[in-house]
Ligand binder design. Structure first.
Ligand code: ADP
Ligand code: MG
Length: 717
């Protein structure tokens, strides 16, 4: 035998038993994926315990601290030592029990798992106990609160019920922890789970807040109804279009399954399907059922629009396959297909029945248009109406229209003039940029943008130059054009790149260059807030020189100048540096002593300029601003600022060639965000603040049609 050869073959590694704690940690990871999954288990325990009030407190997306307090039945002191051991449960003692179980959890694994990946503590009191007890767990066992102390349950003061606290989740599984860095996303998921349970348990009061925050982010009353809960948590726009259906099946006079469904009708068009599925009161996922329900809507909703559906299904517990996955999230059950088909058929019939009435509704709305638009002229509204107000207005409009009042509206005047009517853009789902990255279920997302728009106050200013500029705007104001913009109805964006939108005023349709309008708007708003502009902080602050250099490098230098590019950069940086204090005081443009751009003027809340244009903006400030005369300086600075703020990409000659490349997802999201800003922020701001100068009429606002004329044309078709 050749001893060398024997050396080459590796000796078999000894097989070792994995450390038990490691096994448990791995097993725990299968159940507790993230803070929201821990919370789901705890919520179910609290609901099993008959709680009517559940309070959740969260720190750092639940990773640092996640606490749930309930007023349920509590846990007996004698049970506390084994509470967090694996397979301890009060809900199951023999295998045959498994099939009868209707409560939420049933394997006694949740608390055990949590104790393996976090610091777990419990304070609990049953109704009959004289005091509460506090315990700490680690790796399934009781541990002392501090070294040297006893691990026995410690008597303490407390209310009936149980408070479970999880701290430092995944502290001993660093890879898992690092995969969950985004605490706001984790928080959004927590809110999502809570929202869904709050819908399903409308009789129970839920609250959720961040630790240290005075007000909750989610709060529901006790003894509410499903419909009301949906309205509160998903917004009145969903509730308004909500239908309800019950589907069940009886065999031999015995109910074999039953379901209750709340679903939106064809008038509701969400951006993304919201689907809540509860089977036997447990939040579960089933991609098959979801797909089947989405299919019901494909025929009746426009492309890109999505419904809201909440389905609560009760089936014989024996027919649920609980062993599919330890988290029991994606479920399967007996006769799944049959039941799904039956539910979907009923939903389809309900939607069809309802979609016939839509035609009627649509027409009455049309008839109401003109009348209210003249009323609106009288009222001279200042504010953009809020969601609810407009909804009421619409109701009124409907009433006006259906009542045979003296003012009969002729059919050729039936045009859309209510702000609330559907716009072209609503057919293409567009997302509020501030919602990107969040879960789609932010309760108030619908109502937010308008509610948040606040007054832009005119700053007090004693500089003659500024007052001169302000009165110039007032003098230059074109009355009709301003009125058109003030009272217009947004129809849709025609071309984002060329900045073209359609708006309607009275019965006329105008094509406007929203870019040009926005530039004027930003100039006026900048001037309006002169010396009092909010600051848009740049974190970390970029270097002024680097930014200017980027822009100068991209520029073609005319042959006449003798200056090199780096000379030009030096000059511009010097010019701006030497006026640091003025730029900061008047325009909130802060440049630090060592040349970092710390903040930019924020002209309009909720609107962020395209920061790709920042280098260009800073560079242009050098040559384009007249730094010698006060009035000119302010005006030219504000014009440059407005130019920087105008939506859209950097316009340069070679941009044409680069846009031919395929649009990336990011571009797409960017352009969606931009559309959203144009419709929901810029145009509403124009309504309120723009004193439109006549110059805009020459090129940027064109009347392209008169609707009554168009209607005549259509009538002939
Ligand atoms: P399971 O819910 O599957 O039984 P858990 O580990 O989630 O397993 O919980 C173990 C046991 O602890 C439960 O069976 C229940 O008796 C008790 N328990 C947990 N949370 C609560 C609570 N909030 N109120 C009362 N009892 C609870
Ligand atoms: Mg449980």
């Amino acid at each position: 035998m050749n001893p060398e050869l024997a050396d080459e073959a590796p000796a078999p590694a000894p097989i070792r038993r994995l450390q038990e704690s490691l096994i448990n940690r791995i097993a725990a990871g299968e159940i507790i994926h993230r803070p929201a999954s821990a919370l789901k288990e705890l919520l179910e325990n609290s609901l099993d315990a008959g709680a009517t009030t559940i309070r959740v407190t969260v720190k750092d997306g639940g990773l640092k601290f996640l606490q749930i307090q309930d007023n349920g039945c509590g846990i007996r002191q004698s049970d506390l030592p084994i509470l967090a051991e694996r397979f301890t449960t009060s809900k199951l003692s023999t295998f045959s029990d498994l099939s009868k179980l209707t409560t939420y959890g049933f394997r006694g694994e949740a608390l055990a798992s949590i104790s393996h990946v976090a610091h777990l503590s419990v304070v609990t009191k049953t109704r009959t106990s004289a005091c509460a007890y506090k315990v700490h767990y680690s790796d399934g066992k009781l541990v002392p609160a501090q070294r040297g102390q006893s691990e026995e349950p410690k008597p303490c003061a407390g209310n009936d019920g149980t408070t479970i606290t999880i701290e430092n989740l995944f502290f001993n599984t660093p890879t898992r922890l690092s995969a969950l860095r985004n605490t706001s996303e984790e928080y959004a998921r927590i809110l999502d789970v809570l929202t869904k349970y709050a819908i399903h348990n409308s009789k129970v009061s839920f609250t959720c807040k961040k630790a240290g925050s005075p007000s909750p982010d989610l709060s529901t009353p006790s003894a509410s109804t499903t419909r009301h809960a949906i309205k509160m948590l998903y917004g009145p726009s969903i509730e308004k279009d909500l239908l309800q259906v019950t589907v069940n099946e009886n065999t031999n006079n015995e109910e074999s399954w039953s379901s209750e469904v709340y679903l939106t009708n064809v008038n509701y068009q969400g951006k993304k399907t919201i689907f809540l599925l509860f089977i036997n009161s447990r939040l579960v996922e089933s991609s098959r059922i979801k797909r089947a329900i989405e299919n019901v809507y494909t025929g009746v909703l426009p492309k890109g629009a999505a419904p809201f559906v909440y389905l609560s299904l009760r089936i014989d517990p024996q027919s649920v396959d609980v062993n599919v996955h330890p988290t029991k999230k994606e479920v399967h059950f007996l006769n799944e297909e049959e039941i799904t088909v039956q539910i979907c058929n009923t939903l389809q019939a309900k939607l069809a029945e309802q979609s016939q009435s839509r035609v009627f509704e649509y027409q009455t709305l049309l008839t109401g248009g003109i009348e209210t638009s003249s009323q609106r002229n009288d009222k001279k509204r200042k504010d953009v109406p809020t969601e609810t107000q407009t909804a009421n207005d619409e109701d009124q409009e409907n009433e006006h229209a259906s009542g045979s009042g003296p003012k009969k509206i002729y059919s050729h005047h039936k045009v859309r003039t209510s702000l609330k009517d559907r716009t072209l853009d609503s057919m293409f789902p567009v997302v509020n940029p501030s919602q990107i990255g969040k879960e789609p279920t932010d309760p108030n997302s619908e109502a937010q943008p308008q509610a948040r728009s606040r007054d832009v106050k005119e700053s007090e200013c004693f500089l003659t130059s500024v007052n001169q500029l302000r009165s110039r705007i007032a003098k230059g104001k074109h009355k009709l054009l301003t009125e058109i913009l003030e009272k217009h109805t947004f129809v849709g964006i025609v071309d984002v790149n060329r900045c073209l939108s359609l708006i309607q005023y009275s019965t006329k349709l105008y094509l406007v260059n929203h870019g040009a309008l926005a530039e004027e708007l930003f100039y006026q708003l900048g001037l309006r807030q002169f010396g009092d502009l909010s600051r848009l902080k740049l974190e970390p602050p970029p270097s002024l020189r680097v930014l200017v250099k980027i822009a100068v490098d991209a520029e073609e230098i005319s042959e006449e100048t003798t200056l090199s590019k780096s000379d030009i950069v030096d000059r511009i940086v010097e010019t701006l540096q030497s006026r640091r204090s003025m730029l900061s005081e008047y325009f909130s443009l802060n440049i630090s002593e060592d040349g970092l751009v710390q903040s930019l003027p924020l002209i309009l809340r909720d609107y962020t300029p395209n920061l790709d244009k920042l280098p260009l903006f800073l560079m242009r400030l050098g040559p384009q601003v007249n730094w010698m005369s006060e009035t000119d300086c302010f005006e030219s600075f504000l014009r440059e600022l407005a130019y920087f703020y105008v939506p859209g990409p950097i316009i340069s000659d070679d941009s044409v060639s680069t846009t031919t490349e395929q649009e990336t997802d990011e571009d797409l999201a960017g352009s969606k965000a931009e559309r959203w800003q144009i419709q929901h922020i810029l145009l509403p701001a124009m309504r309120r603040y723009l004193a439109a100068p006549k110059s805009l009429l020459d090129r940027d606002v064109v009347q392209i049609a008169s609707l009554p004329d168009l209607y005549k044309v259509f009538e002939r078709c």
